[in-house]
Each structure stands twice: as structure tokens, then as C-alpha cells.
Ligand binder design. Sequence first.
Ligand code: ADE
Length: 245
Amino acid sequence: MRIDIVSIFPGYFDVLELSLLGKAKQRGLIEVGVHDLRDAAHDRHRTVDDTPTGGGAGMVMKPEPWGEALDGILEAEGADPDPLIIFPSPAGEVFTQRMARELAGERHLVFGCGRYEGIDQRVFEEYGSRARVKLVSIGDYVLNGGEVATIAMIEAIARLIPGVVGNPESLVEESHEEDGLLEYPSYTKPAEWRGRAVPPVLLSGNHAAIAEWRREQSIERTRAGRPELLPRELRGEARGRHAAE
Ligand code: ADE
């Protein structure tokens, strides 16, 4: 997968060199290009924003630098003919594990990170007429810009690309995967720590009982913390045998 990012703070994306993502880049599973929007602003101060037309508080990002930066990416030699351009925005569709899975199947993602009060609306119209464009929010709160949202989305998407995570089975049992429930609690050695014992069923060697306990824990966690995620058929289900353990 090819990922291009446009931002006035390219330094934010240094974190993509770390951990699994850094390794995936080194191994050529993902290719990332980070573009400084100010390189496409040609006045002395490399200005990327201006006052809102019609008045109001704050500043709006000018269309010209966005046009030049995005044209450069979309028209680069060998560029993918069908990229998906994502503008992180609190006004966008909410990012979910389902969306991450869909986006992991794309060949070319372009992230346009806005700052200030947003980007001139004509940028969305222009690129919406030339490519697929999506406004995406990572949650109902307001960040200072799209950079952190982009990093969160790239991490969630990239780990679903085959080969990025070493053990693909570890992806299946996570929260929001498979059955839409939250993940069950995990334990490791020692069997007792500061007087706190690991639930005995996990030491039983009885794989069916362990699987049943984990499923009950997932259901109880989901019921307690995110009841809206519970599948309809589980909403009224009586608590399981081990639920109180
Ligand atoms: N930019 C500012 N807030 C955001 C959010 N919640 N999600 C995505 N992009 C944003």
C-alpha cells in the first residue's frame, strides 16, 4: 500500500518509523510519502491560511497550496489511478474497525491534514470530482488538526495489511473483531502477583472451559462498558456460569 500525507507539521509522522509500522516500511509492505504543505506556498512567509470569507473567528486553509500539493501526488509518475483521499475532520464519518478493514484493501491512501478552522470547501469539491474523497472523524472531540487522527488511522489500517503483524491470529481475537465484542482480560505469569491470583480456569488446561470463560468475560465487559455493541441476541442473555469469578 502507498500512503501519502500532506501536513504543515511533517515532523509528526516521524513516529511511523517506530515499531511494527517502521518494520513494515522497511520490508516494503507500506510505502509512505510525507509532504510539507508549505512547500506548495510560494509567498515569502509560505502562507497556508487566511481569514474566513464572510467573517468569523479563526483562519481557513487556502485552496492554492492544497491544489498544488494534491496535484503533485495524484499526477506523480506511476501514481495509482484510483486513490482514496481522506481528510480527517470532526465533521466526518466516524472511523471504526470496519472502516479500517475496508481501507486496508486500498492501494493508495492520501491523507490531507487540515489545521485551524478547516480547509476551503472548494478543495473538497475539486478533488471529489477527480477522485474518491472521504471526511473521517476519529471520535466526537476536537483535535488541533488532522495529524494525530491520521497517525491513529494509519496504525489501525496498516496492522491489517497481510504480513505487517507477525501472528495474524492475534488480530482475530481482539476487541471489535470477529464477534464485535470487547476483548476478554489477559493474564501471564506469575500465577499470583501481590496476592492477586490468575482466574483458576485459565490454569485448568481445559480449553473448552477457557474458551467459554473468555467469551463470558467478553460479553460482561461489553455489557458493562459498551452495551450498544452487544449483538441483539446477547442483550437479554442471562449471565454465564463463570461471570462472577
Ligand atoms: N481534526 C480535528 N478533530 C478531529 C477528529 N476528532 N477526528 C479527525 N480529525 C480531526
